[in-house]
Design a protein around this ligand. Structure first.
Ligand code: ATP
Ligand code: NCN
Length: 194
């Protein structure tokens, strides 16, 4: 029987417990065999933002999931470079996995109609959505809500931007990122200067 695999893309700058706890619930609720984290090179909707060096984002992700047997990662988008379109990644991963569910946060569902090739994405993968509080003005419902599976995951309202801001202001991020990730950030002095 073919594996049922969740694909979870992100900038992961840095990976945090919001990503990890909610995807753990997705794995259980969707009965997935594993979740593959896909750190992007450049997110299509964040081309104007200066994300950290992809190698650091990849290293932190690796440290966060290395002991978790059902979490995996691929550096496909980072190796490829340029803007990371999820459609291209799914086409690539479909060469290995026949049964793919694409995991996104609710904030991405409300703009999913603005993604590259959204119709083709939902032909290749089920869209699975994790709860996230969004601004009322951020978006309205689009046609992708109809077939998306919106899961009752816990809302853990922390974001990578909040963490970067905390570190810049010398506030602790203990409990918000795994200890090994916290240590990595401290060691290489990440997010200290803007
Ligand atoms: N706390 C959270 N709960 C549920 N989903 C989340 C959470 N944080 C991020 N996500 C989802 O995880 C995916 C990757 O998110 P990303 O790496 O951009 O993190 P982020 O915290 O939103 O980053 P930033 O604050 O820099 O925008 C997106 O689909 C996003 O919607
Ligand atoms: O393919 C697209 O058009 C697209 C548009 C927006 C976001 N994504 C992907 O969604 C993931 C989360 O993006 P973001 O901007 O919320 O960090 C990341 O893997 C992006 O590459 C993909």
């Amino acid at each position: 029987m073919s594996l049922k695999v969740g694909i979870f893309g992100g900038t992961f700058d840095p990976i945090h417990i919001g990503h990890l706890i909610t995807t753990q619930y997705v794995l259980e609720k969707r009965k997935l065999d594993k979740i593959i984290f896909v750190p992007c090179h450049i997110s299509p909707h964040k081309t104007d933002k200066n994300s950290s060096n992809p190698i650091h984002r990849l290293n932190m992700l690796r440290l966060a999931i290395e002991d978790i047997p059902y979490f995996d990662l691929t550096d496909y988008e980072i190796r490829k470079g340029n803007i990371s379109y999820t459609y291209d990644t799914i086409v690539e991963l479909r060469k290995t996995y026949a049964n793919i569910e694409l995991i996104i946060g609710y904030d991405n569902l409300v703009v999913f109609d603005k993604w590259h090739n959204p119709d083709k994405i939902v032909e290749l993968a089920k869209l699975v959505v994790m709860k996230r509080v969004i601004d009322k003005e951020t978006g309205t419902k689009n046609k992708y809500f109809e077939n998306a599976i919106i899961l009752d995951t816990p809302t853990i309202e922390i974001s990578s931007s909040e963490l970067r801001e905390r570190i810049k202001n010398n506030l602790p991020v203990s409990f918000m990122v795994p200890p090994k990730v916290e240590e990595y950030i401290r060691k290489i002095n990440l997010y200290r200067e803007s």
